[in-house]
Design a protein around this ligand. Structure first.
Ligand SMILES: [Zn+2]
Length: 187
């Protein structure tokens, strides 16, 4: 059984602890808009991220606050910054890259914080049964456009997960994929 999944393209962004945020900003964090995943939002506040070779401005902070700091960038961003972050699942930060983030109040160098996020398909427990897949397993997602290709995507099930295939800007650009476009998962 093949099934369809809508794409959500993640631009570079940061997740911060409350403590880190409060070191970087005086003002309270403010919601700009809700994201598709339940409870997640883009904030009005942005930071500059900096590596040995360059920096990127206006990198959005996503909320709510987490128990760890995590900066998610694309490989193209990594070239600009002059760092080599590993491709990782969210939260898997052992030996991740160090990076400097700059807010209104100053800057912080974060150790083991920068990754290139591994692509993944969000869903809830009902979807696991509906699509006959297991959490953490890999499925094939087909791109059948002018440029043709295939992703291996990891299933990420959670209680309130909403069906969505998260890829980064580089992956989207490689196949000219648009946000909310539907791709086919091959079973
Ligand atoms: Zn995601």
């Amino acid at each position: 059984m093949n099934w369809k999944v809508p794409v959500g393209i993640s631009n570079h962004h940061v997740h911060l602890t409350k403590e880190t945020y409060e070191q970087l900003f005086c003002e309270k964090i403010e919601k700009l808009k809700d994201l598709k995943q339940t409870g997640e939002y883009a904030s009005k506040q942005t930071v500059t991220i900096k590596g040995p070779k360059g920096e990127i401005e206006k990198v959005r902070i996503l909320g709510p606050f987490r128990s760890y700091n995590q900066v998610e960038i694309s490989n193209s961003d990594a070239f600009i910054l002059g760092i080599k972050p590993p491709v990782r699942k969210s939260g898997d930060l052992e030996n991740a890259e160090k990076i400097t983030i700059i807010g209104e109040n100053g800057s912080i160098e974060l150790q083991n914080s920068c990754i290139i996020a591994e692509n993944h398909i969000h869903m809830d427990q009902k979807d696991l049964i509906k699509y006959q897949v297991e959490d953490n397993s890999l499925v094939k997602v087909l791109v059948e456009k002018t440029r043709k290709g295939c992703f291996f995507a990891r299933i990420k099930a959670s209680e309130n997960g909403i069906l969505e295939f998260h890829i980064d800007r580089d992956e989207a650009n490689a196949f000219q994929i648009e946000n909310e476009e539907e791709l086919t998962v091959q079973k």
